[in-house]
Design a protein around this ligand. Structure first.
Ligand code: FES
Length: 112
């Protein structure tokens, strides 16, 4: 039987996140994530665009949304909702920065 559990997982050093409106595409435990530093806060979203699978971590932030690099769909960094009035959205994961300066995400992982 497969169960889904959630745990804090180290992603990347905070100092490695860009501050120019771009992000990082990272895979952790088989889950693709998009990680951004926006207005001083870390945002971690599902990393795969629900349209045709582009990596949202390769997108660019504008007005609190990430723009998909393939066809320009927008997703709110706070809620994951589409900013284009579409029903599609992406999950937003709880994250924190450890005392050691590592970005951690409370992410799902599969375990048997
Ligand atoms: S793959 Fe993201 S908008 Fe098309």
């Amino acid at each position: 039987m497969t169960q889904t559990k959630r745990e804090w997982v180290e992603l990347i050093a905070l100092s490695e996140l860009p501050t120019d409106g771009t992000g990082r595409a990272l895979e952790v435990g088989g889950v693709q994530l998009a990680v951004f530093l926006h207005e001083g806060s870390v945002r971690v979203l599902d990393g795969v665009c629900p349209h045709q699978g582009a990596l949202l971590g390769d997108g660019v932030i504008s007005r609190g949304e990430v723009t998909c690099p393939f066809h320009g769909w927008h997703f709110d960094l706070e809620t994951g909702a589409s900013g284009d009035g579409l029903e599609e959205c992406v999950a937003v994961y709880e994250s924190r920065v450890s005392d050691a300066g590592l970005v951690e995400v409370f992410a799902p992982s599969e375990s048997a």
